[in-house]
Ligand binder design. Structure first.
Ligand code: ADP
Length: 703
């Protein structure tokens, strides 16, 4: 096709054909139709539509070579007449293209000689590309050709703009999709009627459902509390909460029926006149569980901390109280000591006491103070035993009425001295005999009644005893009309070493251990103690103790004999015979010898267990046996246990009575196991000792 075909005859026809072909084409098919139609209409061999790619590059969207359409080739704008067409809007070269554009390899190869090209612009005048017709022979373009080219370029401009914008749209859609799908947060877009307009994949994962399930769900199913929470947060205006892009924490309802906790951010936007709400959700179930666990730890830590703090404060209080206690104690011990030593000096002085009455008074003072010292010592020992959990409790038949009466009688002189009445109210319901620990019961009563008398200067001290047969409980009230106890002191009164205040100690004396011991004793007996008090109005201490009735129990009454009992026992004592006292302390030897000799016994003394064994066996051998051996337990050379055992091993059968400072049942047990018949306590209680000896010597004589 060297010669351009005459076209005037067919020109119009072809132009119409071009219009028709391109009119029906669009999108992908438009550019191939355009180049083919253009070549036909202008009668050229080649036609090209190319798009601007970069600064100096064009890319063929469609290239017609006379047989077919190809695309994709790229070439330089400046190396071809297209550069002129692009810059000036139009370029026409009748002939001689190779000479003018020696670098346009493609044109030379194709054998192009004539060229006519038109720039393609967007509606806003941006250069989009070029539309070109080329021929392998000279190409004289007519005005009609130019018009056709121009109108085709305009049309191509529209198509190209369209193509570009839809590509851009596609790209931006892909971008949006990519962003939304790559997110870990679940995203829902919700219409005003609550239906889900859009969701991402994370939303399907969160709600454990598929796209179909989500698109049919309504937000009120997925987040049942959302609207209420949004309304609450917006103070009745949920829309406001959406506008504020609020954060909420809610329960999301899964397809399985389970719920998980989610953190939700809500928002709102308008699209094509419609208001849409965004709901972005993140599963915080794990975080919540973690938080709960941490809160648990934190609480446990706080508890442990406050326990520690309490323990620390308690220890501090205890330490402070102990220091105070030691100070009190040394004061407490010094006071009776001063009296004892002072009066002893007076007695030893020549003419220190003038009359027998004065002498007796001095001795009474020494005795009273000695007894008080012993009381202090016992308190301390008791308390340390309780603290070390070594206090032994017994359950024996005993008469609570008698114990109460005895203690009351013991303290009555003290009360009478102060001019206060000591009233007893013993309910008839109280059984004659109950199972309890008589020694401890006595100790409790002594403390409470002793305190009541101590802290009362006018009025009365009343002791009431009742028995609740339903729950087998003994109830003891000790009521006084004394100074009373301030509420803050009352709260600490059962703590060891606590006294009302330090001025109290100076006024009333005492170690501050009494109530601490009492409380622990009551508790060890299975009971409880409470105190109520009115400052200046008096106090009431109430003890409730479980105590089974022992009515009909035939066992011996181990109660300490009442004062009356002692006297009767003493009257009946017919003391005679030889007694061996095995005791290492010279002072104790003297005291015991004195007591026994006054009672009518003949006394031999051995200074340790070994000597004791020898003397006892020798006397028996000589046919002048001792009626009883009093055996101290702790001694040098051979202690009381071993000495007793040796005697028994030698067939010694006379009574042996152990002397021990410890009145513990375990201690008694040890003595009995060693072979003793009984025991008496140190310091020596005269009457009790004589009674015990009398009991065993008469038994031995009778049996
Ligand atoms: P103390 O040996 O010092 O009496 P307690 O433990 O028996 O020790 O008593 C502690 C403190 O409780 C006393 O110092 C006193 O302040 C107060 N108290 C105890 N009983 C009474 C009471 N009946 N009336 C007033 N105060 C009392």
């Amino acid at each position: 096709m060297k010669q351009r075909t005459p076209r005037r005859s067919k020109g119009e026809q072809r132009a119409r054909a071009l219009l028709e072909q391109t009119a029906s084409a669009s999108g992908e098919s438009f550019f191939p139709a355009l180049v083919r139609g253009l070549a036909q209409a202008l009668g050229t061999r080649f036609a090209v539509v190319a798009m601007v790619r970069g600064e100096d590059e064009l890319e063929c969207l469609a290239f017609w070579d006379g047989k077919r359409v190809t695309r994709g080739a790229r070439y330089r704008l400046s190396e071809t007449p297209c550069g002129v067409a692009a810059a000036e809007g139009y370029c026409e070269l009748n002939d001689g293209v190779p000479a003018k554009y020696p670098n346009a390899a493609m044109l030379i190869e194709l054998g192009v000689r004539g060229y006519v090209g038109h720039a393609i612009h967007s509606q806003d005048g941006r250069l989009l590309g070029v539309l070109v017709a080329m021929h392998d022979a000279p190409l004289p373009a007519s005005a009609r050709d130019r018009a056709l080219l121009q109108s085709s370029a305009t049309r191509a401009g529209l198509e190209l703009a369209q193509m570009r914008s839809s590509a851009a749209l596609e790209a931006s859609e892909a971008l949006t999709r990519g962003i939304l799908e790559s997110m870990r947060d679940a995203i829902l877009v919700v219409r005003t009627d609550g239906t889900v307009a859009f969701h991402n994949g994370a939303a399907c994962e969160l709600f454990q459902t598929d796209a179909h399930g989500l698109s049919r769900a309504s937000i009120s199913q997925l987040l049942p509390d959302l609207e209420r929470a949004a309304a609450e947060l917006g103070e009745g205006d949920a829309a406001e909460t959406y506008r504020r892009r609020a954060n909420l924490e809610l329960a999301a309802a899964l397809k399985s029926g389970e719920t998980v906790h989610v953190a939700v951010t809500i928002g709102v936007f308008r699209l094509a006149g419609e208001e849409l709400r965004t709901v972005v959700l993140r599963n915080i179930e794990r975080r919540r569980r973690e938080e709960q666990r941490l809160r648990g730890y934190a609480r446990a830590l706080e508890r442990a901390n406050s326990d520690l703090e309490r323990a620390r404060r308690k220890a501090e209080r205890a330490a402070a109280a102990k220091t105070e206690f030691l100070a009190n104690m040394s004061h407490e011990i010094r006071t009776p000591m001063t009296a004892i030593l002072g009066f002893t000096d007076i007695l030893m002085e020549d003419g220190g006491v003038a009359t027998a009455t004065e002498r007796l008074e001095a001795l009474r003072t020494i005795r009273r103070n000695g007894a008080y010292l012993l009381e202090i010592l016992n308190d301390i020992l008791d308390f340390s035993k309780i603290e070390a959990n070594r206090l032994e409790i017994e359950s024996l038949p005993c008469s609570p009425r008698r114990i109460v009466s005895d203690v009351a009688e013991l303290l009555r002189p003290r009360a009478a001295d102060k001019g206060i009445a000591l009233k007893l109210d013993l309910d008839a319901q109280v059984p004659e005999r109950l199972l309890s620990d008589p020694v401890r019961l006595r100790q409790i009563l002594l403390n409470l009644i002793g305190n009541a008398v101590k802290f009362t200067s006018a009025g009365h001290v009343a002791i009431r005893l009742r028995f609740d047969s339903l729950d087998q409980t003994l109830e003891i009230d000790v009521e006084d009309t004394g100074i009373g106890i301030a509420p803050d002191v009352l709260a600490q009164i059962f703590e060891p070493f606590r006294q009302g205040d330090s001025s109290m100690t100076r006024r009333f004396g005492g170690t501050g251990l009494g109530l601490a011991i009492t409380k622990r004793l009551v508790e060890r007996l299975g009971g409880a103690i409470t105190a109520t008090s009115v400052v200046s109005g008096g106090s009431t201490f109430r003890v409730r103790l479980p105590a089974q009735s022992a009515e009909g129990d035939a066992s011996d009454d181990p109660d300490t004999p009442s004062t009356g009992g002692f006297r009767a026992a003493l009257r009946e004592l017919r003391a005679h015979g030889k007694v061996l006292v095995v005791e290492d302390g010279p002072d104790n030897q003297r005291v015991i010898r004195h007591v026994l000799e006054r009672a009518g016994y003949e006394v031999s003394v051995a200074e340790n267990g070994l000597v004791g064994v020898e003397l006892a066996l020798a006397a028996a051998d000589e046919g002048t046996p001792f009626v009883v051996v009093l055996m101290d337990v702790q001694m040098p050379v051979l202690d009381g246990y071993a000495a007793t055992r040796q005697l028994r091993d030698h067939g010694y059968t006379a009574p042996i009575i152990a002397l021990t400072a410890h009145a513990l049942p375990s201690e008694r047990q040890r003595c009995i196991e060693a072979g003793c018949d009984a025991f008496a306590t140190k310091p020596i209680e005269r009457l009790a000792l004589l009674e015990t000896i009398a009991q065993h010597t008469s038994k031995a004589a009778g049996g």
